[in-house]
Design a protein around this ligand. Structure first.
Ligand SMILES: [Zn+2]
Length: 193
């Protein structure tokens, strides 16, 4: 699948919406990614995970790591294609931690996967966690980069598709300035891109 075809898939499944949204980070945006609209559909999700797995083949990866919650699903399915282990990083008191007996060995080749890249914060937290075990981060893979390529990491990163979405602090939000109401999730105000 091409990047355009994948983007169309996000739109067709109503996973990408336009309006006036308040993101989890508190910032306001004109595009919203309703991740579980896509992640709840295994037959679609697995096609994307296969694409990610193909891009990670023959790199000697032995573990795929994802941050909760979407990253759990992706890491599991990508690892299934690669025939390796998958583990996930959960929020700790500061940054991310492994629970459930998960661990990494020094020098172990690891891929980090997540569904959407917005500010990159959760990926940075997973990078710090994996680095704390001195494991070797071979690649970072995202389903969707909604930063428009604006967020960079120090390890090779690829995204299946990219969309440019603007986001602002509430005080700088032009949609607020226009008096546009925040679009309520699940309401009919949601409209396709
Ligand atoms: Zn706003």
């Amino acid at each position: 699948m091409t990047s355009e075809e994948i983007l169309q898939l996000f739109k067709d499944s109503n996973a990408l919406l336009t309006g006036h949204f308040k993101l989890t980070s508190g910032r306001h945006s004109d595009v919203y990614y309703e991740k579980f609209t896509l992640l709840k559909q295994p037959t679609i999700c697995t096609k994307l995970c296969e694409q990610i797995a193909v891009s990670l083949a023959n790199l000697g990866i032995t573990t795929v790591v994802g941050p909760t919650t979407g990253g759990i699903i992706l890491a599991y399915d990508v690892a299934r294609y690669l025939g390796v282990e998958s583990i996930y990083a959960e929020p700790g008191e500061s940054g991310r931690i492994f629970k459930r007996g998960f661990s990494l060995a020094e020098g172990q080749k690891v891929a980090i996967v997540d569904d959407v890249l917005t500010t990159g914060r959760s990926i940075v937290e997973v990078i710090e966690l994996v680095e704390s075990y001195k494991a070797d981060i071979v690649g970072i893979r995202l389903m969707l980069d909604r930063s428009g390529g604006g967020v960079q990491f120090k390890y090779p990163t690829e995204s299946l598709t990219t969309v440019s979405a603007s986001s602002w602090e509430e005080r700088d939000c032009p949609l607020c300035a226009k008096g546009e109401e925040i679009t309520q999730r699940g309401s009919r105000q949601f409209r396709k891109v």
